[in-house]
Design a protein around this ligand. Sequence first.
Ligand SMILES: Nc1c(O)cccc1[N+](=O)[O-]
Length: 243
Amino acid sequence: MRIDVITIFPGYLAPLREALLGRAIAAGLVDLDVHDLRDWTHDVHQAVDDAPYGGGPGMVMRPQVWGEALDAVLARDARTPRIVVPTPAGRPFTQATAQEWAGAERLLFACGRYEGIDQRVVDDARGRGLPVDEVSIGDYVLVGGEAAVLVMVEAVVRLLPGVLGNPASAEQDSFSDGLLEGPAYTRPETWRGLAVPEVLRSGNHAAIARWRRDRALERTAQRRPDLLAALPERALDKADRAF
Ligand SMILES: Nc1c(O)cccc1[N+](=O)[O-]
């Protein structure tokens, strides 16, 4: 997978070259290119924004600069990318989104700042038949899209074949089966007077699996009833319903 990121703060994306993601790049599973949007400005001040039409607070990122940057970065590789624009006005980014994007040959993240990118940049890309996703990682206000890119790239890259040491862990993660993960424990058996649930030390794998499923159902019902309501009928077996 090739990943391009266009931003006015390239240094913000440095963590993408650390740890698991860094190892995926070193192993050749991911090609990462981070581009400075200001490389496509032509004025001494390297201006990337301007006042919004219609007035109002803040500044809007200029279409000319973004258009040139996207054209140049698109031309760097023959593979057509899914263009991703992180924005509070986007559709929610979920584990399903990460799984969908993990199948893409190329992702191109366009990081907006200020009040966002002139809408015509997205409209022009879509008008040329390019897939553009405007997505949000959550209902809160960030200063720009870079933090969202760190989140989304990690969620996607960990799903790529060969990235995780144990692929099974991706299948057992929270959300992968539509439920939140239940509590986890490790040694010692008792810590500050708190003991590990006996079933987990029983060696009875069927009982352990049932206990874990019940804790996941319980936690999801308590913390994210919306996820439980969204589960397809077939996702809950008879034992689940008895829970
Ligand atoms: N929430 C937010 C924002 O305020 C600015 C850029 C991107 C996002 N987001 O992806 O959620």
